[in-house]
Design a protein around this ligand. Sequence first.
Ligand code: GLY
Length: 419
Amino acid sequence: MKILLVGSGGREHALAWSISASALVDELVIAPGSNAMTDFGKCVPVAADDVEGLTELAIKMATDLVVIGPEVPLVLGLVNRLADNNIAAFGPSQIAAQLEGSKAFAREVCRRHNIPQPAFAVASNLGDAKQHIDAMGGFCVVKADGLAAGKGVVVADTTEEAKQAATEMLGGRFGAASQQVLVEERMTGPEASLFALVDGADCLFMASAQDHKRAFDQDQGPNTGGMGAISPAPRLDDALRDQVMAEIVEPLARGMADEGTPYRGVLYVGLMLTEAGPKVVEFNCRFGDPEAQVILPRLKTDLVTAILVVIEGGLGHFSMRWDERSAVTVVMAAKGYPGAYSKGSEIRGLTRAAGREDTMIFHAGTMIGPDGTVRANGGRVLAVTGLGTDGASARQTAYNAIADIDWPDGFFRTDIAKS
Ligand code: GLY
């Protein structure tokens, strides 16, 4: 098969690693990919949000399958454009991707299908938003409706804080993405994520994970795209997993199929494990980053086979095999991230680190310098994954590899997956 993979980050490096291990794959092209991914396929400089360019590339290379890593091309309708050209793709249609592209859409779907979630209200003007904030007593969450690169959520302690957030968002802080805002009840409890495959009406549990969003140890500092993750999520036991599948994923898949907007692809369910049971924080319509870097190394079933089953609609008769061990990934980021950071500093010791047993190094933002050295080329730069019999030993494996990496301009959290 010829496969086109869309994206360039650590998640896509993990996807390229998994896809290229499949006996079904003859050719892998990655758009735009990165230097590090050339080990697995040919990289072509078409941007991940260039829907027309990607469609043209898929037609030109006569691809059998397009695998889409990031959310933006999904929300922009890449799957629909490919379908118009009879090209199979792994990921939801534009309307189904609204589960991530519009938080109001996601909350309304859950409301229609009795899926557990916090109380919420949607507002498109400041007067309404303030009224909802007052009604919730200020202790609430204010969210931009659309995609805001992980920055569109404010967890407020007071009415003033919540109103300030709503004022900024409705004032255009995130452009079209914050033309309307959600005001939500603030939930409490540990967070975890569950990943499932959905082929329309049927769904299949994949794995759980827990990420660490704050930049610094002990959950200090600004929110990031994720500084590390563990899979399975220590707090999501089998009983909770079954409850989430029965109360959230299955009714969602059935409900969307019944409404004529079936979801196909991987569904990422962000959960709050409240005292009243698991509730939906948010949905994402793709693998997480860095969650893919802990889930895919545990997958024993051929990923491309699983993707084809989703596309052909056979999940009801399919099962997946997983490594029972735990995986932990630790992200190494450029100093300054998620704020301003510089690019181009040299990273040494990667060959030794990657040569360790049960260790994988996924590149999120590196390039090869003119002298052949590996250099930083992004905010999140590396995801160093270790496997182990339990979370503690997986964690040790990951940190042992990090100790081999010599990068004075980088930083990482020292408490990923620490219980
Ligand atoms: N790690 C969070 C995300 O992928 O959205």
